[in-house]
Write a protein that binds this ligand. Sequence first.
Ligand code: AMP
Length: 212
Amino acid sequence: MNIVLLGLPGVGKGTYAKKISNIYDIPQISTGDMFREAMKNRTKIGLLAKTYIDKGNLVPDDVTIKLVEERLKQDDCKNGFMLDGFPRTIAQAEALDKIVVIDKVLDFTASEEIIIDRLSGRRICKSCGAIYHIRNIIPKVKGVCDKCGGEVYQRDDDKPKAIKERFIVYKKQTEPLIKYYTKKGILRSINADWPIEQVDNVISDARKALEE
Ligand code: AMP
């Protein structure tokens, strides 16, 4: 099954994507994670992406599309994949349609208040990308990832000024995708307005939508 996840930055896509991709045994492909990895390794794409990402802007379509196109050619995508954070523009969605057939699009929704709280308290592991939160998902040792021992930090784009910009960008550039996929009849809305401890409710609704 080829799946796309939509939803405001901070709605929890990364967390849901990890769980759903485990259930269906398909890779989670997060363009955000791919860019962060490239930035960490200071590759050409990473250095370019950083200039956009730190401000909360989107990396240009041509760069992002090429990255995803290459990734989808890999063997592990043969039986399906889950795209988390791609497409984010109509141009990206149209490019994707030329490469593969998308079976379902899950659009996760939650109130902006909840999302801002999740984003501003979010911390992630620099090495493995594990997600923490300052109030309810706290690593056992402060600043150290439980899973791999990596450094747990706050993304620059999770700081208030960039969060604001990312919301504006989402509404302008990504929200039109809801109409785009609704017209194709493959979009399902999933209520993600649950406290983070009740993530299983979201996953259960997502499974129902994928299996209907
Ligand atoms: P994310 O981890 O999905 O929130 O992505 C972090 C940042 O990476 C975004 O705010 C964008 O700057 C960039 N990014 C991720 N995916 C895309 C995409 N599909 N198109 C353009 N920029 C992206």
